[in-house]
Every structure is written in C-alpha cells, then in structure tokens.
Design a protein around this ligand. Structure first.
Ligand SMILES: [Zn+2]
Length: 236
C-alpha cells in the first residue's frame, strides 16, 4: 500500500514538474493565426445558419459595422456592441522538434528574430534554401506551385509588397519562412525588415492542442467567459 502511494506521488510529481517543462501552456494574444488559433476576439452566432463566427479584437471596428458569416455570408449583429472574449490557451510541445526538422505547413512556436524575448506562433511555409513567392493567394516554391493542405485550403496568401521588386524571398540554408493563417493582419516573414527567415535554432516547439478555449455567455445581462469544452481541438 505504501509503495503504491509512493508510486502515485512520484508519478504526479514527474507529471507536474516534467509536464510543465515539456508541454508549456500559452495564451494566444493576437488574431494572426485565426481561425486556427484565436486571440482576444468578438464572437457571434449566425442567425441564419448557426455558424459560430469570430472576429479578432484588433480589427478596427467602424461605426455600424456588422460581421459577415464566414459560412453563409449573412450579416451578423453590430460588432461594436459585442464583448471581447479572451484568446485560446494552447499547449506547446518542446520535445516535438528536438529530433526532426520542421515540416512545411506545420504550426510551430519560435522566438521572433528581431525580438527574441517574444514567442510567436505561425505556419512553416518555406524550408531552408528555398525561394518563396506568393501570387494570386497561392504559394510558389522555387518557381513551382505548392498545393495547400486541407487545413489551410481556403486561405489566400497575399503579398502586400505588390510593387516591390523582386517579389520573391530567398531563404538562407538554415532559415524557415513563416506565415500566419490570417494574412491581412499577420505580422510574418512577408513584412519583417531584417529579412524573411527564422533561423532553425529560434524554433522552440510545436503547439499541438487548444486545451482551454473560452466562450462568452450572458448572465443577467453581463458577459461572462466560460470554458468552451466542445471547442477543445488539435492544431493542424
Ligand atoms: Zn451563416
């Protein structure tokens, strides 16, 4: 019996101490990876089709602006009146990329090249040594069209340097090209002045699950944030 108790205590200690180091929880703070990962946002349910829509909180709200349902296109309620729901919380696996290289289209966490104290989460789009081009919403690698996987099939990757020349990015031998899933508001490889690449040693892990999403409900007319258990999901 005593042995059993000791085993349980030891196991719990290993899980708590080791787990905190191997799988670190992070809060999503921006909408640059929405809808895969949502930061602080406003949400509304479509009156027509029931789809749950989210709009990143940092998107400026103009007077009388309404949300458009992403599924059926019907206008939702006026967004200015909706409360802001805190961002998703996710777990980052620090061991996943210790023994293999990051793969294209995988979501990774890394230290920003120009602000090493900040951790960003983006999708790997370009691998070391490649030349990346964004054209008509699509990705071209070394001049060849690179089909998008199902997880990002509906995303249009725009190059906002429309008039810049040349319009390609060449990666160094140990660099990766990172893009957010919400290109209109994502600060990523397209925009960094110091260059597009993220060096391999800056990549720290792989966010793998949204374990604590929140939703807003109204309780006696006041917005309250509650765990959204139905929305716990793996990050693809
Ligand atoms: Zn709808």
């Amino acid at each position: 019996m005593r042995k059993c108790v000791e085993t349980v205590v030891c196991l719990t200690l290993v899980l708590v101490v080791g787990g905190a180091w191997l799988f670190t929880p992070f809060a999503v703070v921006s909408g640059s990876m929405s809808p895969t990962l949502v930061g602080p946002h406003r949400q509304f349910r479509c009156a027509s089709c029931g789809e749950r829509n989210v709009t990143p909180a940092e998107v400026p709200l103009l007077g009388g602006r309404k949300g458009v349902c992403r599924k059926c296109g019907v206008l939702g309620p006026i967004l200015n009146t909706l409360p802001i729901t805190p961002g998703d919380r996710m777990l980052v696996d620090y061991t996943a990329l210790m023994y293999r290289d990051p793969r294209r289209w995988e979501v990774v966490a890394f230290q920003l090249p120009h602000e090493a104290e900040k951790i960003a989460v983006k999708r790997v789009v370009g691998l070391p040594g490649e030349t990346i081009e964004l054209r008509d919403g699509e990705v071209y690698v070394d001049g060849r069209h690179e089909p998008k996987p199902a997880a990002v099939a509906s995303i249009r990757y725009e190059d906002f340097r429309r008039y810049a020349s040349p319009r390609q990015w060449k990666l160094a031998e140990d660099e990766y090209f990172m893009l957010g899933d919400n290109p209109p508001i994502s600060d990523d490889s397209r925009l960094w002045k110091a260059g597009p690449g993220v060096a391999a040693q800056l990549i720290v892990g792989k966010p793998f699950i949204v374990h604590f999403p929140l939703r807003t409900v109204h309780w006696y007319g006041r917005p309250v944030h509650v765990p959204d258990l139905a929305n716990i999901r793996y990050i693809r």
